[in-house]
Design a protein. Structure first.
Length: 434
């Protein structure tokens, strides 16, 4: 079916005609107030997602009464070390504290610098090392490196060239395992583990998709960069012998075997290990689907934004402001309206790129036209004027205004379909948010 993901047994997730979760949340459409709104729709969206997850994980498979029973389904709260919030260093420190410190050094960073450096070092040394992630580093060396990183990482005196591949991989697993709060969060760790109990693959993917959307932005960003790294490790499995199953079995304990939920019962431990490895395989294999917002949520966001815009247009204060601005904008608006009307009749969109010398271009809409095609056409006629500091992969075509706030479009977004959903939007090429 056009517009849906071609996943066996799963037509629930929106295809790349939709938005990735990062592109939406970074612009405030889901995590902030929609245009002209108070943020009320955001809480309703979060409530909707929570109820759906609870319903999918519930024994009756219905949303009735799910809010009152969500705590029972999600499991009891874990006990969090009181000293965790005040701890400094790199290992055993909450992600929020690490990121707060890192953003003072590198404004705009979204994932702790130590994790970024560990991943980049392992990749730089080569992902073809046999047994990568499976073979542990020397315990004494890893402990020494851990202490050295704690004291030298931020002043830039740590010598990465001396770190062997298996030691670096052990440091990576140690960093994740020693987090005082689980990466998948206290609230949803049990829910992630419960996904394996769902009867169909479709329901499992639906639940994982919604649970990922419910994660805090920091946890989501950290999980994303980790899963992307693991996928690259698997891509070199012919040399490193680390298949999807091997990587899942090795990494699952670090994400799921949180010390507060460990059991002394051997059979329960074995069941937990098996189940967590299964969920880990799903997270890695279907990661590109898990960051895609389901179509029904996008439709609700658009509907709520339209309703908010209608209410805003009736507000007296806004009317006074519009009246005051009308004289200065009248001439410009008439010109824009004439251009827009002409474009609509001819089936074209006008793409803008303020940072380039060619600031706009009319693009004819066709059934197969994608966002990547729009970028390619624009840049092909303006290749000599693109700032050298901006790379092609850093640019994105944005959908702005109309019935949505602002979002970076997937390269595979079908423009004609999206135009029909939001005919009054503006289309702007600019660097994507970092």
């Amino acid at each position: 079916m056009a517009g849906f993901l071609a996943v066996p047994g799963c037509l629930f997730l929106e295809r790349t005609r939709g938005a990735s979760v990062n592109s939406v949340t970074s612009t405030g459409t889901l995590d902030g107030s929609p245009p002209g709104g108070s943020g009320a729709s955001v809480s309703r969206m979060a409530s909707c997602v929570t109820e759906l997850v609870t319903a999918l994980l519930g024994s009756k498979g219905t949303a009735r009464g799910c809010c009152s029973s969500s705590r029972a389904l999600m499991g009891n709260p874990f006990t969090i070390p009181r000293s965790a919030a005040g701890k400094s260093g790199l290992f055993g420190v909450p992600l929020t504290i690490l990121l707060e410190h890192d953003q003072k050094k590198v404004p705009g960073t979204k994932v702790p610098l130590i994790l970024q450096k560990l991943l980049s070092h392992i990749e730089a040394e080569g992902l073809d090392t046999e047994g990568l992630l499976r073979i542990p580093g020397a315990a004494i060396r890893v402990k020494s490196l851990c202490q050295e990183l704690e004291s030298k990482f931020y002043d830039g005196t740590f010598i990465w060239e001396n770190v062997k591949q298996h030691d670096a991989a052990s440091l990576l697993k140690l960093f994740i395992r020693e987090l005082p709060y689980p990466l998948l969060t206290v609230e949803y760790l049990n829910a992630f583990l419960s996904v394996q109990k769902l009867p169909t693959k479709k329901q499992q993917l639906q639940s994982l998709n919604l649970l990922v959307l419910l994660l805090p932005e920091l946890s989501r960003n950290t999980l994303k960069i980790l899963l992307e790294f693991l996928q690259r490790v698997i891509a070199n499995s012919e040399k490193n012998k680390m298949t999807l199953n091997n990587v899942a079995v090795v990494m699952a304990p670090n994400l799921f075997m949180f010390k507060e939920i460990r059991s002394k019962n051997y059979e329960q431990e074995l069941a937990l290990a098996t189940g967590s490895a299964s969920i880990m395989r799903f997270l890695i294999k279907y990661q590109t689907l898990l960051w895609t917002i389901p179509r029904f949520i996008m439709n609700q966001v658009r509907k709520q934004n339209i309703e908010n815009q209608k209410k805003t247009s009736k507000d007296r204060a806004m009317k006074k402001l519009l009246k005051k601005m009308a004289y200065d904008r009248e001439k410009h608006e008439k010109h824009e309206k004439l251009t827009l009307d002409t474009d609509v009749l001819q089936g074209v969109i006008r793409v803008q790129a303020p940072q380039f010398s060619k600031v706009s271009m009319a693009i004819q809409l066709t059934e197969d036209l994608k966002a990547s095609d729009v970028l390619a056409r624009f840049l092909s006629q303006d290749s000599s004027t693109v700032e050298q500091s901006v790379k092609r992969e850093e640019l994105c075509l944005f959908e702005i205004g109309g019935n949505i706030g602002e979002r970076c479009l997937d390269d595979d977004t079908y423009m004609k379909d999206l135009y029909q959903l939001n005919p009054t939007a503006e289309w702007v090429i600019k660097p994507r948010s970092r």
